[in-house]
Design a protein around this ligand. Structure first.
Ligand code: OFO
Length: 171
């Protein structure tokens, strides 16, 4: 059984994850516009992954006899500056999401809600990967500095990222 407070907090996280998806969809559109097609692919895959995160929480709430209630999604920015700046903004956003997941876990522990703690463990691990990916790309972008060839090389690498849909979003 999940408490009302836990359901509300999980519903808020559905919104955060859909906002993440929306943010990366906007970044995909922007990078496509400035000619970085590989980065546009990278952010499109990120958008798809965020929708999976949202649906995992949505399915979990609904599977426990509760009601995943949806709220308005804030508009993301439309322009983001350089690719390095975009990944710094991405890392900052993911650090915010990590914090949200940690707060959800704190609440589940406080409420002795073991089921939700087990459910949230997947997200704790996922956030390690999310921040790790962003840190790696930031390090590479700092290394190449102002080199257009370096930027093209990174863009080519980003074109190879593939979205692998999960078999299910059920917990
Ligand atoms: Fe859902 O991990 Fe990013 O935001």
């Amino acid at each position: 059984m999940i408490s009302k407070k836990m359901v509300q907090a999980l519903n808020k996280q559905v919104n955060n994850e859909i906002y993440s998806a929306y943010l990366y969809l906007s970044m995909s559109s922007y990078t496509n516009y400035i000619g970085l097609k590989g980065a546009a692919n990278w952010f499109m895959v990120q958008y798809q992954e965020e929708m999976v995160h949202a649906m995992k929480i949505y399915d979990y709430v609904n599977s426990q006899g509760n009601h995943a209630q949806l709220a308005a999604i804030a508009a993301p920015p439309a322009e983001f500056g350089t690719l390095l700046s975009m990944f710094e903004q991405t890392l900052k956003h993911e650090q915010f999401i990590t914090n949200c997941i940690n707060e959800l876990m704190d609440l589940a522990i406080k409420e002795k809600d073991h089921a939700t703690q087990i459910f949230l463990q997947w997200f704790v691990t996922e956030q390690i990967e999310e921040e790790g990916n962003d840190n790696d790309i930031i390090a590479k972008l700092k290394l190449i500095g102002d080199s257009p060839q370096g930027l093209m090389m990174i863009d080519r690498d980003m074109a190879a990222r593939v979205f692998t849909p999960p078999a299910t979003t059920a917990a």
